[in-house]
Ligand binder design. Structure first.
Ligand SMILES: Cc1ncc(COP(=O)(O)O)c(C=O)c1O
Length: 365
C-alpha cells in the first residue's frame, strides 16, 4: 500500500515499539508506587518528559501528559484560564473550534488570506480578548503560521497565548521560548509514536487548572494512572524526531518538489497555499472537474491512501472549512485532496501515484 496520509497519523517506528514493549509486559508497575517496579515506570516517564522537552526547548517540569492533542487543546481552553473572550482563527482544528467553554461569552475568529495565512491585522484590530489560541501549522494546507509575531501582538496586551503545535512537531524546528507562547499542545501519533498520547506544555507553573481530578497525577493537573508505555513511546519518538529532523525535512521536500513538478503536467490543477511557507511534507491539491471524496475512494481502490481534508472530516460531504476561509471557490474546494508524505515514502511511490491519479482524472472529467 502507498500511504500518503501522514498528517492524519503515522505508523509506529520500530525503534519506538522496542522501547515500549517492556512497559506492556514485565514492567507494569504503577508509577505512583514507592517500590522498585513502580520507580522504574516513574523514571521512564521522566526520561520521556526530558526527551520531549529537548525537542521543543521547554522545561520538562512544565510538560503535562494527556491522551493526545485533542485533550491538550481542551485542557488549554477549558482549564479556567479563559474568562470572557477567546481570539482564535477560522482554520483551527475542531478540538479548538469546538472547545470554547460555555461560560465564554464571545469568540473572535480571525480570517486568513488566499494562501491560508492567519491575518495579523485582524488580530491587531480586535479588542477585549483575554485568551489567544493560534495553530502553528495548519493540518490541511501545511501552512506555517506567524505564531511568534502573533504572540508578540497579543502579549503586548498582557494576554496568555496558546498554540496548537500538533502538525508542526517533528516537521519544523520548534523553540517554545523563542516562539514566546505560554501554552503549547502536541501529539505523539503524528511523529511515529503511539496513538492516544500527547501533552500540554506551559512556560511557567501555575498556568493551568485540572479538567480531570482524582489521584493527583501530573502535578495535580491531569489525574489518572499514566499510560506508561505510550508516554515512553512518545518520548522515544520525540528523541528520534529531534535527531532526524533535518534528514526527514530534506527527504520530504525532495519528494514533494518532485510530486509538484509531476502534477504540473495535469490540466487545471491547483496547489493550495503554494505561495505560503509550508511544512515540507504537505501538498493540498484542487483538481477542476473532480470531487475530492470520489478521488479518495478511487485512489483507495488502487491501494493509495490520501485524505480529502482533515481526518475527521473525510467521511463527510461538506468541503473543507479551511479552504472556505481562504475564499477558494466552492467547486474547486470540493475537489481537494491532501497528500502528506512521511519518512518512508519513495520517489517510486510518487510516480505510481501520479500515474494512477492521471488515469482516475481522465475517467472523471
Ligand atoms: C492541528 C491538529 N490539532 C489537534 C489534533 C488532534 O490531535 P489528536 O489526534 O492527538 O487528538 C490534530 C489531529 O489531526 C491536528 O491536526
Amino acid at each position: 500500500m502507498i500511504y500518503f496520509d501522514h498528517n492524519a497519523t503515522t505508523a509506529l517506528d520500530d525503534r519506538v515499539l522496542e522501547e515500549m514493549l517492556p512497559f506492556l509486559g514485565q514492567l507494569y508497575g504503577n508509577p505512583s508506587g514507592l517500590y522498585r517496579l513502580a520507580r522504574i515506570s516513574r523514571s521512564a516517564i521522566e526520561t520521556a518528559r526530558e526527551r520531549i522537552a529537548l525537542l521543543i526547548n521547554a522545561n520538562p517540569e512544565h510538560i503535562i501528559f494527556t491522551s493526545g492533542g485533542t485533550e491538550a487543546n481542551n485542557l488549554a481552553l477549558k482549564s479556567g484560564l479563559l474568562k470572557r473572550h477567546l481570539i482564535t482563527s477560522k482554520i483551527e482544528h475542531p478540538s479548538i473550534l469546538e472547545s470554547c467553554p460555555n461560560h465564554v461569552s464571545n469568540t473572535t475568529r480571525v480570517g486568513v488570506d488566499y494562501n491560508g495565512l492567519i491575518s495579523e491585522q485582524e488580530i491587531v484590530d480586535s479588542s477585549d480578548f483575554d485568551f489567544a489560541s493560534f495553530m502553528l501549522v495548519n493540518n490541511e494546507t501545511g501552512v506555517i503560521q506567524e505564531v511568534k509575531k502573533i504572540a508578540q501582538i497579543v502579549k503586548e496586551r498582557g494576554v496568555l497565548v496558546h498554540t496548537d503545535a500538533v502538525q508542526a512537531l517533528g516537521k519544523i524546528k520548534i523553540d517554545m521560548q523563542d516562539l514566546g507562547v505560554d501554552l503549547m499542545s502536541i501529539s505523539s501519533h503524528k511523529i511515529y509514536g503511539p496513538k492516544g498520547c500527547g501533552a500540554l506544555i506551559s512556560n511557567q507553573s501555575g498556568l493551568m487548572n485540572a479538567l480531570m481530578t482524582g489521584g493527583g497525577q501530573e502535578k495535580d493537573l491531569r489525574a489518572g494512572t499514566e499510560n506508561v508505555a505510550a508516554i515512553v513511546g512518545f518520548g522515544k519518538a520525540a528523541e528520534l524526531a529531534r535527531l532526524e529532523l533535518e534528514e526527514r525535512q530534506a527527504h520530504s521536500l525532495k519528494l514533494r518538489n518532485y510530486l509538484e513538478q509531476q502534477l504540473q503536467g495535469i490540466h487545471a490543477i491547483k496547489i493550495f497555499s503554494g505561495q505560503a511557507q509550508r511544512i515540507s511534507n504537505t501538498v493540498q491539491i484542487g483538481i477542476q472537474g473532480c470531487v475530492g471524496e470520489m478521488l479518495l475512494m478511487q485512489l483507495d481502490q488502487q491501494n493509495i491512501a490520501v485524505s480529502s481534508g482533515s481526518a475527521c472530516a473525510s467521511n463527510e460531504e461538506a468541503s473543507s472549512y479551511v479552504l472556505a476561509a481562504m475564499a477558494i471557490e466552492p467547486q474547486l474546494a470540493q475537489s481537494a485532496i491532501r497528500v502528506s508524505l512521511g519518512k518512508n515514502n519513495t520517489l517510486e511511490e510518487i510516480d505510481i501515484f501520479v500515474q494512477k491519479l492521471k488515469q482516475i482524472i481522465a475517467t472523471n472529467r
